[in-house]
Design a protein around this ligand. Sequence first.
Ligand code: 15L
Length: 268
Amino acid sequence: SAPRTVLLTGAAGGVGTLMRELLPPYGYELRPLDVVPVQGAPDAIVADLADRTALREAVRGVDAVVHLAGISLEADFEKIMAANIAGTYNLYEAAREEGVRRVVLASSNHAVGFTRRPHEGEPLVPVDTPHRPDTFYGLSKCFGEDLAQLYWDLHGVETVSVRIGSCFPEPTSVRMLSMWLSPADCARLLHASLTAGSVGHTVVYGSSANTRAWWDLSTARALGFDPQDDSEPYAEKLIADKGLPAEGSADDLYVGGHFCVNPPRWPH
Ligand code: 15L
């Protein structure tokens, strides 16, 4: 039966805040969790991913987990290890112990960030391209995907790993014309990931139906995802304002763009 009660980790973050608005209309009852208090959600669980007792309580009785929590940019390895590597392990252990059947995992384009980006006429990047992280952050997403595979093979916990492109209200760079996942399409993709029949461990790219897409969306579409947005209406102005990436620059060469040479740093 379709999942109804869903633990949403990282509920105070960028994507989490958008999804708290956009997922309930699909019929979900969200149980928000974050390491900081969640604005406008006084009942949200405030817990660190290091707190295994709290995580076990948090997953108890939910039908599925949408795991967005963790550090979302590059940081010192120790911080990435605690939040994204050990934290994701702790969450999966809690899910296994409490019999949660499915996790939707926020992976990232940065798990394959050093992959060459296709130019016009070249084939799209397939989901089975080898892991090629561009940062410790991207490496932690590779770990999450492999952990998900292990928990499926060993324990029968299902996961859809979503390699999210750039999920913001609007694209704000030329690179995002290719990577943009509109918030509405993100909700569509999470809904498809939560409701599709047997998924085992499935990896999908998360972007809208962008004219300039680099991704192969076929595995996402196979789950029932039908993206409705396209960044193209933003293209003319963004290109006029910022210019196309210089030939041979990171944005020109790699999926991960500037993360490959000058990754933005987590503030804390
Ligand atoms: C990510 O994985 C980051 O979490 C997000 O902040 C964006 O920078 C995005 O990738 C991106 O590549 O645009």
